[in-house]
Design a protein around this ligand. Structure first.
Ligand SMILES: C[S@@+](CC[C@H](N)C(=O)[O-])C[C@H]1O[C@@H](n2cnc3c(N)ncnc32)[C@H](O)[C@@H]1O
Length: 266
């Protein structure tokens, strides 16, 4: 049976082809690498891809489009990618939107990192680097992703996390190893997007648990100084996006206001 990846809207033929190829890789390597449940992995792959598509649309409409802005460049870090979720799916959909992404998928487990390297070589797939390390650990100089066309020190940064819980400071702190050359530029927006259940959580509770600074607060992390912006919990409400497996998203955004002279990474 043909897989369905759509979550409320059709995807392009190119995107569909890439999702088919990705699904094929997940199913091919699942047994050796443990990427999906062994019970009905086909259904699991489709559900997970669909969940990431629905979550992308939710984020893109509510925040992503405004974050990327005209010109369409973005630096992306998917932390704890595992088998590439949501990293591979989101990068494919960003490419569909014409966004030039300079991206890294971060995964410390060697077999999973190997699998991600395979995905990076899928013909016509979105370009990305693989950091085979825990986030914040040093990475080989060659692993830092090349900047995509139109990207520079003022390009916004997006973090995505699905099924990995890291507090705000641990995420932002890793910028000192991941962006050692670019450093911070005043005005750069950094957005953190965490997959969440759609019920039983609130933005206030999550902000406390994840130590997300309150809007307007100034704080330092990773050799950067930030002013905290809005914190929002996005929950799917549109027809086609709501389902038992749809994800909610906790989104927090900060703006770099200054860099700390001689900070970590220098
Ligand atoms: C539960 S899996 C989630 C995988 C994928 N995001 C998904 O939803 O299918 C969490 C992944 O995070 C990785 N991980 C754990 N600690 C990490 C860290 N500090 N930095 C980056 N990745 C980490 C693990 O190796 C594991 O593959």
């Amino acid at each position: 049976m043909a897989a369905t990846f759509e979550a409320g809207r059709p995807v392009s033929a190119r995107t569909r082809e890439l999702f088919e190829a990705y699904r094929g890789e997940l199913l091919r390597w699942n047994r050796q690498i443990n990427l999906l449940t062994r019970r009905d992995p086909e259904e699991a792959a489709d559900t997970l891809i669909r969940q990431c598509v629905g979550a992308f649309d939710l984020w893109w409409d509510a925040s992503g489009q405004a974050l990327v802005g005209a010109g369409g460049a973005l630096r992306v870090y998917d932390l704890g990618s595992g088998g590439g979720l949501p990293g591979f799916v989101w990068l494919t959909l960003l490419a569909e939107q014409g966004v030039a992404a300079s991206a890294a998928l971060v995964e410390p487990r060697a077999k999973r990192a190997w699998f991600l390297e395979r995905l990076a070589r899928l013909p016509g797939g979105p370009p990305f680097a693989v950091f085979a390390a825990r986030w914040g650990e040093p990475v080989a100089p060659g692993a830092v992703p090349a900047l995509a066309r139109g990207a520079g020190a003022d390009t916004p940064i997006l973090f995505t996390l699905k099924a990995l819980r890291l507090p705000e400071a641990a995420i932002l702190g890793g910028l000192s190893t991941a962006e050692p050359v670019l450093r911070s530029t005043a005005g750069v927006a950094v957005e953190l997007v965490r997959f969440q259940p759609t019920v039983g959580v609130t933005a206030a509770k999550l902000s406390r648990a994840l130590e997300i600074p309150a809007p307007g607060e100034r704080f330092q992390a990773g050799g950067w100084t930030f002013e905290a912006g809005a914190r929002r919990l996005l929950v799917p409400t549109k027809r086609g996006q709501r389902s038992a497996t749809a994800a909610g998203l906790m989104v927090s955004r900060h703006v770099a206001v200054d860099s700390i002279e001689g900070g970590a990474g220098d």
